[in-house]
Design a protein around this ligand. Structure first.
Ligand code: DGJ
Length: 387
């Protein structure tokens, strides 16, 4: 029973008031909610009783504390642009989150790439053992240019909560071919007049037409995530080639740049919103299709190596609204430390007309015949992983 699981401290009125009294999202109150379970799709209050503002996010675990980084969205039109920046929350139980402030702020300087009004999406933070630094990457779109810049950007901090120092943005791996590109692919000539979505165009895309187009200036990078492997190597996974093909690109030892080693994943597959995790030596990826802010069916894939080949496994969601990922879009998969076989699928329910009201859908991943499976639950807690 929902109310039985939430303990409201200093509370008078919230339970009696119609839903929304405590859930205006932007307002805060002195009432504090203590959660002991997840409520996918519901307004999720932080320890100040404000709806958590960390969309398209990811989680870093360090020294036994969870840190959730995500896009701070604002209300109404323009709320998907970076008016504030990247926000950070901390938690020691994954249910209750304390606002740690803005980890990387968008700025007033019109000459900065992260000027207020640019787009800063899907931030992910990883810790570099060798340098002792926390490294943040995110999808950057330059102010006033829609989604055409298609860049990824990096920032760094000595403290996990920031403030992060913005370093630079990239088009990825200019003048570097993917590892599996043949000489024939490198030297192919493309017809610039090919009509989009004709069989010839699709074939040319699959054969690397956009890789060739962007070879000199670097590959596009939109929706992205990071993955650190057991050997400490880190990878940047991003939607590239006009969102038609995912790329996996290795990061340098300090995690601040690319090594030039990269592959294409599922060419022409039209995947975005990548989330990646490892289980029993296999790499799994959950992605979405590309329909803007509207939900679509999730996809999954598996590989014995980060470098592929990636084998598509189909939609991991089951049950009612599985074909729309329960109205959400993947952002991250958290492997819960200290628990066996505990993986949490994290996704966003976008609200493009009022982005600040976007919701979080966190669901447990189970495995059937070694394939990830996600089922809807109105309420759940970490005990599901003990069963
Ligand atoms: C879907 C992406 O997954 C989001 O992060 C965002 O870029 C929207 N598209 C923009 O339409």
């Amino acid at each position: 029973m929902r109310q039985g699981k939430i303990f409201l401290l200093l509370l008078f009125g919230c339970l009696l008031a119609p839903a929304g009294f405590c859930g205006t999202n932007q307002g805060s109150s002195s009432d504090s909610i203590l959660y002991s379970s997840f409520f996918p799709g519901e307004t999720w209050y932080d320890t100040d009783s404000v709806h958590i503002n960390a969309h398209g996010g990811g989680i870093l675990v360090t020294q036994g504390i969870f840190y959730w980084f995500g896009e701070h969205k604002t209300a109404g039109y323009g709320g998907n642009t970076a008016q504030v920046g990247i926000r950070c929350y901390s938690s020691n139980d994954l249910y209750n989150w304390k606002n740690e402030g803005v980890a990387l702020a968008s700025v007033d300087d019109p000459d900065s790439e992260i000027v207020r009004g640019c787009v800063m999406e899907r931030p992910k933070v990883i810790y570099n053992q060798k340098t002792g630094k926390f490294v943040m990457w995110f999808h950057l779109e330059l102010k006033g240019q829609g989604y055409s810049a298609a860049r990824t950007a990096v920032a760094v901090s000595d403290q996990v909560t920031g403030p992060y120092r913005y370093i630079r943005s990239f088009r990825v791996n200019p003048e570097r071919w993917p590892m599996d590109f043949t000489e024939e692919m490198k030297n192919a000539t493309d017809d610039p007049n090919l009509k989009s979505w004709t069989p010839e165009w699709v074939e040319a895309v699959n054969d690397g037409m956009f890789v060739r187009r962007d070879f000199k200036c670097g590959q596009m990078a939109r929706d992205m995530t990071l993955f650190v492997d057991d050997d400490g190597k880190a990878y940047h996974i991003h939607a590239s080639e006009e969102n038609l093909t995912l790329h996996v690109a290795e990061l340098t030892e300090d995690y601040l740049d690319f090594t030039g080693k990269w592959i294409r994943v599922m060419p022409g597959g039209h995947n975005e919103a990548p989330a990646i995790f490892k289980r029993n030596g296999l790499y799994y990826m959950i992605t979405s299709g590309c329909t803007g802010w509207r939900p679509n069916a999730a996809r999954s894939a598996v590989s014995g190596s980060i470098w592929g080949p990636w084998e598509p496994l189909g939609n991991p969601c089951r049950g009612e609204h599985a074909e729309l990922t329960f109205f959400a879009q993947s952002t991250f998969v958290l492997q819960v430390p200290g628990m066996k076989n505990a993986y949490i699928f994290m996704a966003d329910r976008w609200r493009p007309r009022n982005p600040i009201d976007g919701r979080y859908v966190w669901l447990p991943i189970t495995f059937e015949e070694e394939k990830p499976v996600i089922r809807w639950m109105d309420e759940w807690d970490l005990d599901v992983f003990k069963k």
